[in-house]
Design a protein around this ligand. Structure first.
Ligand code: FAD
Length: 304
């Protein structure tokens, strides 16, 4: 009960434009630096290189929410391009994750498509890959439509499918051959479109993982759930699925020992590194997922 209330409070805070805007001026606070790798590209590259040294590969995400003007979307596009250039310069084993709403999806779809093409041209030049994160349900169909359009011209782009959505098994079937990151889902969605019960989400998660792996498609299994990870290990063993066909992914700062352990076992382990001054919404969603993390947020209140 208390867990549900706190989860809803954090999800509500994550969606508050006023709090997100205010937090940009505060600098990383409340312990956010445990899950956000600083505010600059340099700090993200430093984190990536240090994880690479431990045998982990990375993806970086320049945090940004509530983009409502063309100027902001163009700025975010330039930032993505600069980030891809920095990854190439630094030699880090790292790709890019981004959100289409940052690039103007809510402003003008064609403008967003144009921005994505510029980013993907840069990624192609550097032989790198770009992952389109999946946002809330209201943006799901638009994201998949844009991915389909981009896949006609680019192979170095993929997206994310969320197991909590009823539609996901069909989406995974339709996206055979496309590199997908499969996740449980991080937003608050209605029972009309999403499973609310953890058991049902977990069952659907395994269903879509099995579907994508068996179709021979490259699959990123992004979870901190050791039960799911154990089941995936068993499944790939049973079906003789090569380790080149899948990777595990986890978020920066979460289950760090397990990240290293999976890499030591010979699995590809990719760490998702968020950075930037727009950290508040991301941090609130992590607290919503795991209220135990509130302890480090409270400690952070006093230490910055
Ligand atoms: P949960 O069901 O939250 O946790 C399962 C179990 O894992 C817990 O019971 C606990 O035993 C263990 N556990 C979880 N967290 C911890 C911890 N901090 N410490 C110790 N044990 C822990 N969501 C989207 O909607 N769109 C995206 O594009 C997206 N991209 C993502 C990218 C990556 C790399 C990752 C890892 C997640 C992403 N997510 C995304 C978030 C995802 O949807 C989930 O909200 C998030 O991963 C929490 O679910 P979980 O699978 O880790 O399992």
């Amino acid at each position: 009960m208390i867990e549900t209330i706190s989860k809803n409070i954090f999800l509500y805070a994550s969606q508050s434009r006023a709090l997100n805007t205010a937090a940009k001026k505060w600098g990383l606070r409340f312990g956010a630096s445990q899950v956000v790798a600083g505010e600059t590209i340099e700090s993200a590259m430093k984190a990536a290189k240090s994880l690479n040294e431990k045998g982990l590969v990375c993806t970086v995400d320049h945090l940004g929410e509530f983009v409502s003007s063309r100027e902001e979307a163009s700025e975010a596009t330039e930032y993505c391009i600069r980030t891809l250039d920095s990854i190439a310069e630094s030699g880090a084993q790292c790709n890019l994750s981004l959100k289409l709403t940052q690039l103007g999806l809510d402003i003008d779809v064609d403008f967003c498509l144009h921005n994505m093409r510029r980013i993907l041209d840069t990624a192609k030049k550097h032989q790198n890959f770009v992952r389109i994160d999946m946002e809330d349900y209201a943006h799901c169909q638009m994201t998949l439509d844009m991915l389909r359009e981009l896949r006609k011209e680019y192979e170095n782009v993929g997206t994310v499918i969320q197991a909590y959505l009823h539609r996901s098994l069909q989406d995974v079937k339709d996206l055979k051959g496309v590199p997908l990151r499969l996740v449980k889902g991080a937003y608050k969605e209605s029972p009309e479109v999403a499973y609310q019960d953890k058991k049902q989400v977990d069952e659907n998660y395994m269903r879509i993982i099995r579907e994508h792996l068996l179709s021979g498609s490259y699959t990123a299994i992004a979870t901190h759930d050791h039960n799911i990870i154990a089941k995936v290990k068993e499944f790939v063993e049973e079906h003789g699925i090569s380790r080149d066909q899948f990777e595990f992914q986890m978020l920066y700062g979460i289950r760090k020992e397990m990240q290293v352990q999976l890499a030591e076992e010979g699995y590809t382990m990719r760490v998702y590194i968020p950075f930037g001054n727009d950290w508040f919404g991301y941090f609130m969603r992590r607290l919503a997922e795991r209220p135990q993390n509130v302890a480090f947020a409270i400690k952070g209140l006093f230490s910055k």
